[in-house]
Design a protein around this ligand. Structure first.
Ligand SMILES: *Cc1c(COP(=O)(O)O)cnc(C)c1O
Length: 465
């Protein structure tokens, strides 16, 4: 029997209009924004693939949870619902709600890390790296080598290089490595999953040196679905059971619920160490809020608890991963070079391969981002030398990133298949005239996280070799 389409496992109850603009209008908007998509107004965007963070649609159940939210200052019912949910799915004893993932990161790193420490990760997310560097520690990326080869198909390109981890701990000394992190899925490395075998192997190294393992759990459900689809021994297993096993190898996690929590705001920090949880809660109270709300409203906690349940539904995960794969397949058929295989939450166009005439110092990813907006009102983001490169304030000397990618992040439960068809048509049209695209010059920047506010100008000629 022919396989039927995997459909959106929901119907639409409330709609939000989106507005088409003219090319002339978009040219003006882009100049005003300094060619930085973060500085565009969202209403001037037709299809917004800037991020999958906090941009998802909540379910009817979550919205009714918003009304049920208990707004007590201390000990609210919604807090206990979230605590029970986190304990059940993740298996950690202590949970501190935070307003989003980076607050959990800041609290974790300020309590566990000091100047001179080294924190390895498969690939640090930008806020994770920034929060580690803010306390004077060093953030080191140890992706498995296949993760750095965009066109290579491998089932678990998000894995950590376990031998490199062991070497790093050996060189730095275990006492300078307060924790090891694993980001699932590996966002900056292409939205690629980490295998259960890799989590276990990393756990093994951590145990040998007595170092705690923390998971950056933002897209844990998507990662668990990939394990079910691709790893021996997990076919047909419930995503929830896979999640339970995965987190049983860890000592704690940071979570941005704006991703696989299916909410617009929220996060948490969880772990098993009582003494550490006490120290962390002191900092939480100082800057976020009391331990039973952590800077969120009770209704946010309620929606988060419901979202963490819904994200593990099999029909949701099947649709989610299939719809990202659908975009990837169409772009590949059009000849557009993307990171293979498609990740969970996003498609990453390999801008270095698509625009080989633009050198990294002229930001090929940023140039492509501008073209996708001009051509079809689609907002995307550069993940390359704008995000990860640096410019020395004194010498003007610039460093560039290992890869020049453009991310098309898919918000959860927001766009239909015809929206996605429109996206691959626009990308295909830009691809057809790729030889006419010039690079960009960064005219203003403010580190750290310069990509949020940097301003650019398009170059008027090709780089000289
Ligand atoms: C989004 C994200 C974070 C930070 O979470 P915020 O909610 O944006 O603060 C950390 N790690 C990864 C992998 C992420 O995708």
């Amino acid at each position: 029997m022919k396989q039927r389409s995997i459909i959106e496992p929901f119907r639409i109850k409330s709609v939000e209009p989106i507005r088409m603009t003219t090319r002339e209008e978009r040219e003006c908007f882009l100049v005003e924004a300094g060619y930085n998509p973060f500085l565009l107004r969202a209403e001037d965007v037709l299809i917004d693939l800037l991020t999958d963070s906090g941009t998802g649609a909540m379910s009817a159940d979550q919205w009714s949870g918003v009304m049920r939210g208990d707004e007590s200052y201390a000990g609210g019912r919604s807090y206990y619902r979230l605590l029970d949910t986190v304990r059940d799915i993740f298996g950690f004893r202590y949970m501190l709600p935070t307003h989003q993932g980076r607050a959990a990161e800041r609290i974790l790193f300020s309590t566990t890390c000091k100047s001179g420490d080294v924190i390895p990760n498969n690939t640090h997310f930008d806020t994770t790296r920034a929060n580690i560097e803010y306390v004077g520690a060093k953030a080191v990326d140890l992706p498995a080598p296949e993760g750095l080869r965009p066109s290579e198909v491998h089932p678990f390109k998000g894995n950590m290089d376990v031998a490199a981890l062991e070497a790093l701990i050996h060189d730095a000394g275990a006492d300078r490595v307060p924790l090891v992190m694993l980001t699932i899925t590996n966002n900056s490395g292409g939205g690629q999953p980490v295998s259960m075998a890799n989590v276990k192997a990393v756990r093994g190294v951590c145990s040998r040196y007595g170092i705690p393992l923390y998971i950056d759990a933002c897209r844990f459900a998507e990662n668990c679905w990939f394990i079910r689809e691709r790893e021996e021994g997990y076919a047909g297993k419930a995503p929830r059971d896979i999640a339970r096993e995965l987190f049983s190898y860890a000592d704690g996690c940071t979570m941005s619920a704006k991703k696989d929590g299916l909410v617009n705001i929220g996060g948490f920090l969880a772990g098993n160490d009582e003494k550490l949880a006490t120290q962390e809660s002191r900092l939480l109270i100082l800057t976020e809020g009391f331990t039973t709300y952590g800077g969120l409203a009770g209704r946010d906690l309620e929606a988060m608890a419901a979202g963490l349940e819904e994200v593990l539904h099999e029909d949701y995960l099947q649709y989610r991963i299939a719809s990202t794969g659908y975009l990837g397949r169409h772009l590949t058929e059009a000849g557009v070079p993307i990171v293979q295989p498609p990740g969970g939450h996003a498609i990453y166009i390999d801008a270095a391969a698509m625009l080989p005439h633009i050198p990294p110092r002229q930001f090929p990813g940023q140039a492509l981002v501008a073209q996708l907006y001009l051509e079809g009102g689609i907002r995307t983001v550069e993940i390359g030398s704008v995000m990860f490169g640096t410019t020395d304030a004194q010498t003007g000397e610039a460093t560039t990133a290992a890869m020049e990618l453009v991310r098309l992040a898919i918000p959860r439960r927001v766009y239909t298949q015809s929206h996605i068809d429109y996206v691959h048509e626009v990308v295909g049209d830009v691809y057809a005239r790729r030889d006419e695209i010039f690079g960009m010059r960064m005219v203003w920047q403010q580190p750290p996280l310069r990509h949020f506010t940097a301003r650019f100008e398009p170059l008027k000629e090709r780089a000289r070799a």
